[in-house]
Each structure stands twice: as structure tokens, then as C-alpha cells.
Ligand binder design. Structure first.
Ligand code: FMN
Length: 194
């Protein structure tokens, strides 16, 4: 199994970065093959331009997009790590999806159907929220986010969603609670991904 971790947080001291380190730590322990695309660190350009659209339509995928598509093509499992910003993913990650999950790569449109082209691949998402678990549940936020991201992007592209783990109230809980979250994550990685 080859893993690709797509990571979107600008701060290397963030809890999301601790999540990234926890996941890579578990993969290293099991000597798994993995790559990390740290979108802020590599300075990924998240803006889908008119030039990109034209090039994609003509089958001439821009070099930086093709590079990311090749990483995805080589992976069996994608692990996506990001904070929830405005009930969704950071614009950096959304822009990565806009540009990399392009027509002809992630999906195709035929006369009578839209086909997901990333069949056979699996995806596991890990997100953090400021809101509490209870508030996220009572507002229907988890349901809405699972629909707009897990289903509308990844399932749409033909992938199997293994799960979407949310860690809630991250900025407001104690350091000890955050350590417990990382412990829970280690168990999840072992159970679902190894
Ligand atoms: C621009 C922005 C928008 C945010 N929007 C939400 C939101 O919609 N729902 C929520 O629960 N938390 C929201 N938050 C809080 C973050 O999700 C939270 O601070 C983060 O997940 C904590 O992880 P970190 O320490 O790794 O950044 C937002 C934070 C920022 C900076």
C-alpha cells in the first residue's frame, strides 16, 4: 500500500501539524511507503485560472497540476489533514481540489453519466474544529461537511471514503486532552489504515 498525505495548515506549531507527525510516525513504524504534500510549504498555487481551464480542456494539463496528479495516481490511500475553516476546508486545500481533481483526471462526463475516475483508491480525512462536538452535532455541521467534502468531492471522484475523523474544540481543551486525541488517532491509524 502506498500512502499520500495531503496536509493543509500554514503553522508548523499547530495541532494539525502534531496530527501530521502522529500519522507519519505510525507509518514509519510499520515501514510503510508514504509521501507528504504540505501545500503551504511547497507554495502550491491554489487559484484555478482561465489559462488552467483552457489547458485542461485541450488536454495539456499544466506542469504543477500534473505533478500533483502523478502523486495521487501512484497512491492507494490518500490521507487528508486540515482544520475546519468556515465549515469547510481552507482555501488552499479547496484550490488544490479545484486544480488537481480536474475533468479527465478525477472525473469524466459522458452522455448519460458522470464517472469517478479515481476508483480503487481510498481516502481518510482528519479535521479539527473550534466548535465542540455537541455544537457540531446539534447544528448538523458534521453531516453537512461530510456531504460537501467526503461525498461531493471524494466519493464523486470514485474513491472509497474510509472515514472522516473530527477532533472538536481543539483550541479550548487542555494539553492533556489534546494528547488523548493524538492517542486516539494512533489507534485509528492502526485500525483503519495499516
Ligand atoms: C479562518 C478560520 C475559520 C474557522 N472556521 C471555523 C468553523 O467554521 N467551525 C469551527 O468549528 N471552527 C472554525 N475555526 C476554528 C478552527 O477550526 C480551529 O482553530 C482549528 O481547527 C484548531 O486547530 P489548529 O490549532 O491546528 O489550527 C476557524 C478558524 C479560522 C482561522
Amino acid at each position: 500500500m502506498k500512502y499520500l498525505i495531503i496536509y493543509a495548515h500554514p503553522n508548523p506549531k499547530s495541532f494539525n501539524h502534531a496530527i501530521l507527525e502522529t500519522i507519519t510516525g505510525e507509518l514509519k513504524k510499520k515501514k510503510k511507503e508514504f509521501k507528504v504534500r504540505d501545500l503551504y510549504k511547497i507554495g502550491f498555487d491554489p487559484v484555478l485560472s482561465s489559462g488552467d481551464l483552457l489547458a485542461i480542456q485541450n488536454g495539456a494539463v499544466p506542469k504543477d497540476i500534473k505533478k500533483e496528479q502523478d502523486y495521487i495516481s501512484k497512491a492507494d490511500i490518500l490521507i487528508i489533514v486540515f482544520p475546519i475553516w468556515w465549515s469547510s476546508m481552507p482555501a488552499m486545500l479547496k484550490g488544490y481540489i479545484d486544480r488537481v481533481f480536474s475533468l479527465g483526471f478525477a472525473y469524466d462526463i459522458t452522455e448519460d453519466a458522470v464517472i469517478g475516475l479515481l476508483k480503487g483508491k481510498e481516502v481518510f480525512l482528519v479535521s479539527t474544529t473550534g466548535a465542540s462536538k455537541q455544537d457540531n452535532e446539534s447544528m448538523g455541521a458534521f453531516k453537512m461537511m461530510n456531504m460537501s467534502m467526503d461525498m461531493a468531492i471524494f466519493q464523486f471522484s470514485g474513491m472509497k471514503v474510509i472515514g472522516h475523523k473530527y477532533f472538536s474544540a481543539v483550541p479550548y481543551v487542555s494539553q492533556q486532552d489534546r494528547k488523548k486525541m493524538l492517542k486516539e488517532l494512533r489507534v485509528l491509524v492502526k485500525e483503519k489504515l495499516l
